[in-house]
Design a protein around this ligand. Structure first.
Ligand code: ADP
Ligand code: MG
Length: 575
């Protein structure tokens, strides 16, 4: 219920419209039903060829209204009123359902976008701790379940309004019988409420299990090759099977509880309606035509009330997905990075890491580190794996922040610099490039409309891969395959360098961009970098010698310290 209130508040205008439409449609239905009583009496009277019994209080009022509207109470006219009522109701319901559907779709879309934006704007450390499968699941399944849940909730409101209108008609005919039925209805709804609670619990379980299952699944699928190579698929199977079976049990419980609710309700309602008819006919000695209409009104009211509970039950299945999504959005939003604030960066002199200490979750990587990256030159960091080379890059990019000391850009602390502007001037080539399943052009520009094919060509030339691209039949528009699988490692890496260069960055960062390559490809990339030297600042990481030979400055990272090494060759002379 809290979910519906939250969503109503968010979509106030749309939901008010829905409720108003529902009310009108209920009213139209009520008018049709009200005309039934005079209809029956007129029909019975003409059948028996006499004036019939004098109309009851409710019937008289209906007749008054009809006369006021200039409708004479003949069988034809009354049937017309009934059909018109049903037609108006159906049209209004159609409009309302369309509106509910649109709102639900919008809710799903908004939830997805909110989560996506919040996650993409969150700090790097936060993002690192998010299992990708869980995010995919939130975007796909949980958003869908939330929007379905809204539809069920809105349908429950529809039936509630109809139940109230039928109830009102029943009260107008015989309030005693209605009161008794109301008590009975409350008993039925109350006694079967445990089934709703059961569904809610199963729904929560489903949300939990789906989240962790998808997290594990994505993880496992990314390492299928070693699993298959060593015939260990069954290990993944065991892990996934356990959760899948538990998920299945939760789904079974959902199905069972809603099926049980269906049959229990129908049985109890039918018994109570039978009791009501018995009381009206035998005990209160009400007239047959009145009892008939009363029975119809009560049956409809009960039916609607029962549907309210059933739809509410379905709503509770997905409600936990909505709250899980809200929690994820709030968590990511709380970890938002502060972008677009601070001073505009310049890089004319140097980047310095000054007396800097950094630890991951209290595991220290650097203590009192000093390191200088001169502007316009090429600096290479070397060191054993785990020495903290990637961490230096993350500090320079501002993805992580030092616990003590500072990263200074031309003397200004990075903490005071507009991070978006700073990163906008960075070209970054990661350690393992995963290309997007798209064309070479798209992989270079990343779909940025401000970058033309000519920009891409210039970047590909600078990365030394233009001749290859131009030789392909589809040229720039050649698809690279899933994860870039149709290109060799060296070609992939150079497309990644072109991607880093396309925005004409002032700082180019390469994280072991050449270490997975064969010596020939590596040499070619070294030549590419050497030709870029002087045009921009380059910070490269490597644990082999090729890059060291063309560097202007080399640091050896070890044990949390940086030791400058003499650059082996004079600057700007490629080997
Ligand atoms: P390198 O790039 O030199 O191989 P890294 O900078 O990636 O080394 O890592 C430095 C140290 O920090 C390693 O001991 C690594 O285990 C640890 N580390 C790296 N990233 C994280 C992280 N996200 N959370 C916790 N520890 C990390
Ligand atoms: Mg690394």
């Amino acid at each position: 219920m809290r979910m519906m209130l939250a969503l109503f508040r968010q979509h106030r205008w749309r939901t008010s419209l829905v409720i108003f439409g529902l009310f009108l449609s209920g009213l139209a239905e009520g008018i049709g039903l009200s005309a039934l009583l005079p209809l029956l009496n007129v029909a019975i009277a003409s059948e028996r060829q006499h004036a019939g019994t004098p109309p009851g209080e409710f019937e008289q009022r209906v007749l008054d209204v009809l006369t006021g509207l200039g409708i004479s109470p003949t069988v034809g006219a009354l049937l017309g009123v009934i059909v018109a009522g049903v037609a108006i109701r159906s049209l209004l319901l159609l409009a309302v359902q369309r509106q509910v559907g649109y709102t639900a779709a919008q809710i799903g879309t908004e939830l997805r976008l909110d989560l996506l934006r919040a996650v993409l704007r969150s700090r790097w450390e936060y993002f690192l701790h998010q299992p990708i499968g869980r995010l995919t699941n939130a975007l796909a399944t949980e958003a869908q379940r939330s929007s379905d849940s809204f539809v069920y909730g809105a349908t429950a409101v529809t039936f509630l309004i109809h139940a109230l209108i039928y109830g009102a008609i029943a009260v107008a005919i015989s309030w005693q019988a209605t009161l008794l039925s109301l008590v009975a209805g409350t008993l039925v709804i109350g006694s079967s409420h445990f089934l709703v609670r059961m569904t809610r619990r199963a729904g929560r379980r489903q949300t939990q299990l789906l989240g962790s299952l998808m997290a594990r699944l994505t993880d496992t699928l990314q390492s299928v090759k070693p699993l298959k190579a060593m015939a260990r698929e069954h290990l993944a199977d065991q892990v996934l099977a356990g959760e899948t079976v538990r998920l299945n049990r939760a789904l079974q419980r959902q199905v069972f509880s809603s099926a049980l609710l269906n049959s229990v309700q129908d049985l109890l309602f039918a018994s109570f309606i039978a009791l009501g008819i018995y009381l009206a006919l035998v005990v209160f000695r009400v007239e047959l035509s009145t009892v008939l209409v009363l029975a119809i009104a009560l049956a409809r009211a009960f039916g609607s009330l029962g549907k309210v509970q059933k739809q509410y039950q379905k709503m509770t299945q997905g409600e936990s997905a909505y709250w899980a999504l809200q929690e994820a959005i709030a968590g990511a939003a709380a970890a938002a990075e502060r972008l677009d604030a601070g001073r505009a960066p310049t890089l004319k002199a140097r980047i310095e890491l000054a007396d800097l200490s950094f630890a991951y979750d209290s595991r220290p990587v650097f203590a009192h580190l000093d390191l200088e990256i001169p502007a316009g030159a090429m600096t290479v960091l070397i060191g054993p794996s785990g020495a903290g080379k990637t961490t230096v890059i993350d500090l320079v990019i501002g993805l992580v922040r030092p616990q003590a000391g500072s990263v200074r850009i031309d003397g200004t602390d990075l903490a005071e610099i507009d991070l978006r502007a700073w990163r906008g001037g960075i070209g970054y080539v990661p350690q393992d490039t995963v290309l997007l399943h798209d064309s070479i052009l798209h992989n270079v520009t990343l779909g940025d409309p401000a970058r033309s094919a000519a920009d891409a060509e210039r970047a590909l030339r600078a990365a030394g891969i233009w001749d290859f691209v131009a030789s392909l039949p589809q040229g720039l528009h050649t698809p690279v395959g899933e994860r870039g699988g149709k290109l060799s490692g060296g070609q992939r890496q150079r497309v990644a360098i072109a991607r880093a260069l396309v925005n004409q960055p002032q700082l180019l960062i390469l994280d072991e961009a050449t270490s997975a390559l064969d010596p020939a490809s590596e040499r070619e990339i070294c030549q590419t970098l050497a030709s870029l030297k002087g045009q921009l600042t380059i910070l490269a990481i490597s644990h082999d010698s090729a890059l060291v030979e063309i560097a202007d400055r080399v640091y050896q990272l070890d044990h949390g310290q940086a030791r400058p090494l003499p650059a082996t060759l004079p600057a700007a002379s490629p080997r």
